[in-house]
Structure formats: structure tokens, C-alpha cells
Design a protein around this ligand. Sequence first.
Ligand code: F6P
Length: 536
Amino acid sequence: MFESLKTLAEKTRARSILSLFDDDTERAAQYSTTLGDLLFDYSKTNLDVEQRAALIELARGREVEARRDAMFSGAEINDTEGRAVLHTALRNLDGGPVEVDGVDVMPGVRDTLARMRDFARALREGAFAGEGGAITDVINIGIGGSDLGPAMAVRALAPYHDGPRVHFVSNVDGADIAEVLPQCDPKTTLVIVASKTFTTIETMTNARTARAWMSEVVSDPAAQFAALSSAGDKTSAFGIAPERVFGFEDWVGGRYSMWGPIGLSLMIAIGPEAFDAFLRGGQAMDRHFRAAPLEENMPVLLALVGLWHHQVLGYPTRAVLPYDNRLGRLPAYLQQLEMESNGKRVSMDGADLDYASGPVVWGEPGTNGQHAFYQLIHQGTGVVPCEFLLAAQGHEPELRHQHDLLVANCLAQSEALMRGRDLDTAREMMAAKGLEGAELERQARHRVFPGNRPSTTLIYPKLTPEILGQIIALYEHRVFVEGVILGINSFDQWGVELGKELATALGPVVTGEAPADGKDGSTRGLVSYLLRHRGG
Ligand code: F6P
């Protein structure tokens, strides 16, 4: 599918991105698109008019618009699980009806949102309290999509956090919960068990640990538990009263679920009004995605740039680099969103893909990353396309000079990646230091930056709840568009099953209750080591 694009990309290899700016003084505007104050600049990529048109043609040919409309209309597009994909309904605040199998889901969505708001308000105002008084701490126990979204957003929106403290426990490693519990008073703590299926071993194990911890001092621990799940029968079996169960339907995928009940901890932290603003941001991106022509459509363009870099040019990874410290968990969030969605090996019809599916996604906030892995980004032998995110303003007006430094660093990095430093310049630098001959040449070569390395920049005025909503919905739709073009199902995750099954089977083996017979030599050797060293 990418062969003609690969041919078109040949001229890219010998062309400098910088020269594209010389050829077109309007390039920055021509290769940017906006939604309100959110600006996506992809001009520092090695794309020209012809290549961009070919990518847009690919999107059109792969029927991105029809698939998008099918998703928003509630069609069963997740067909390996027989489900619609309607996380967008959760932020359809003032939109029309959305039907699944002929039934409008919006009354249910509005009803659950209203219950969440009532509960969050009651808790924040002290009307809902623990045995020891008003709730001071909330512990969200969940993993993957039931953790990463709210954990990322609570940190991102810390300046708006005026509710009780919120903690996140995800890992089955007891170190995680053991670190959180001592920070909380069980008599004034609410435990939220967040699990779409209510079967995930990590979450259920941590939930039982939290319940045991609370039972030591609280007479009715269940009264200080809430559940976020689509498995109502299982939440009741766990003993959580229906009034504190916030349900959602199977058409909300785990990694797309922070807009609904899974976002309860965020709502408690920032309040229902700010949470609404987050939803409104997501809804604004939905409207843009549905209405903007492909040529100006931010999620479509972000996706096409991603495909250009990975499937066409063959760059194996992409880095997400927020110059916004509070977006520190965004790379981890996007790892799940992108890699669980588009890390697939067969197309919708089950045939092997004969092209690459999704890339490895990774990153860290700037400027920290600069002092860690940017060396490789600038001078390593491979190319890592970089996606910068940058706020024009911080939340610390008194530290404006620090924000200015942050901004300067972000712009400097994308410029350095593109511009590089050639050998002649490096030689001049070494000559100015008094070197000559072979030593000058040797030292100069270490100081060459090849440059011509692509990046994009997503820039916004300030990280508000509304802007965060826009950013997250942008990435969701980017994943969708890439998935449609790749012809894969972005909404299942069968690849996580085998490890879960084997872990269940290994449970009694690692305790010595069952033999390791039938296991490979490595696993048997590791089990034997563990049994010798596991302690009492
Ligand atoms: O194992 C992967 C996964 O199914 C994710 O897709 C999901 O977000 C996570 O586990 C947690 O699942 P649950 O919310 O059902 O506990």
C-alpha cells in the first residue's frame, strides 16, 4: 500500500528540510493547522506539496471519512469483539442522540455524568464522608486504561486541583500500594476500584489489600469504596453498594475511557466544572475531526505525518517530548493509547500485514530529556521523529523567566534537529580552538550534527482542562486514522491475553505448589532459583 509513497519519498532522502523553507516563505503557515488556539505545526518535516497530497489521497482512498462517520454513528467497528466504539459519546455534552442498535445511549451517559457530579460534589463538600470525617484522600486502584488517563490528567491539571489528595495504585508489585497506604488515614479515605472488567488480577488484588487495610480500623469499609466498571454483577459481589458504582458500556474501550466514570478521580480532584471543560475540549476536537476538510484536519494530518515517518520512511520509533513538566505522564499514556491500539500484525480480515503497523512511542518531558537521550536523537545513526508539545504560558507567573528558558529550549531543539551542523562549521570551530591537521579533522567529525531530522510542534496558550481535552482527543483520533489506513482493528487488544493466561498458570509454580514440568529450560531454571531465594 505504501509503495508509491515510498517512490515519492526518494527525493526526500537527498533534500534538506531547511531548503523547503527557502523555496516557500509561507511554509510555516502552509504546513500548520489550528483548532481555536491550538496550533499544530508540521512544517519541520520533509514533506512537500506533492507528497502531502498523495498522503491525503491515501486517507481518502482508505475511506477515512466514511469510517470516521461510522464510528461516530455507533456502528460496530470493533468487529473482533462485536462492539461499537463510542467514547466520543461520553463528551457529547450538548450534541444530538447517538444510537447503538437503534437505542439512544445519550440519556444513560447524561445520567451517569450527573451521578458522578453529585458524588464528586458531595465528597468535595464533606456531605459524603468517611468514618473519621470529610474525605482527605482518594486512592484510585486500576491499571492500564483504568489508571493512565486519570493519573496523567490529575498531574497535568495540578493547578486546578482543589479537592482531596488523589493517589494512584496500579502495579501488582506490593511496593506500589505499600507506598500509598501509609500516606492515608483509612477513616478519611475513599478507595475507587477502577476496572472495566472487574477481573483484572492486579486491580482486584490491590483492592483486596486496600479493603483489608481499611477493615483494621473502619467498621464498614465497603461504605468507603466506590467502583467504576461495566461489570455491575461483579462490583456487587465485591460488596460495593450500587449507589457508588458508576457503570459504562462495552462501547467504551479501556484506553479511551477517561472521559466517563474512569475519570471520577480527576473530577474529584478538579471539580465537576473543570471536568466539564475537559469534556468540552474533547468535544471541540471531535467536531473539528468530523467537519474539517482532510487538508486542514488536525488528527488526520498528525496521523499522516506519523505514517510518513514510520511506514514510508521506515523510522522505527517516535518520541513525544512535552515541554510542559505536568505532562510528564503523557508519553506513558500515549504508549498505551497508540501501541495497544495499533500494535497489530493482521488486518481486519485476518491476513498478515505486509507493512509495518504502529511504531514504538516513547518520551520524557523537556528539558530533562535533553540531558539524557537527546544525544542519540541528534547524533545517533537512526532518525527519531520528535513530537514537541509546548505551552506559551506556564502556571507560575512569578517564574516567567524560567518558562522563557523552557520555550527557548524547545524551539532550539527542533531548530537544531532540522539545521544540524556541517563539517566545515565544525572544522572552523576546531581551528578557532587552535587545532590543526588530523587532530582538527578527528575532533571536528565528533561535532557534526547531520540535521535534517523531522519534528512537529503542538503549541497552545496554557495547559487548561479544555486544552488537555483537545490534546487527548487529538491523539485518540490520530490513532484511529492511522488504524483505518493500516486496515487494522485499533480497538481490541488480544496481544495482552497470552501473558495473562501464563501468569495465572505460573501462580502455583512460583510458590512451589505445582511442578514446573512442561516448562522450557529457562523458565524451569528461573523457577528453581526463585524457590531457593523467595524467603519465608
Ligand atoms: O490488559 C490490558 C487491559 O485490558 C487494557 O486494555 C485495560 O485498559 C487494562 O487491561 C485494564 O483493564 P480493566 O479496566 O478491565 O481492569
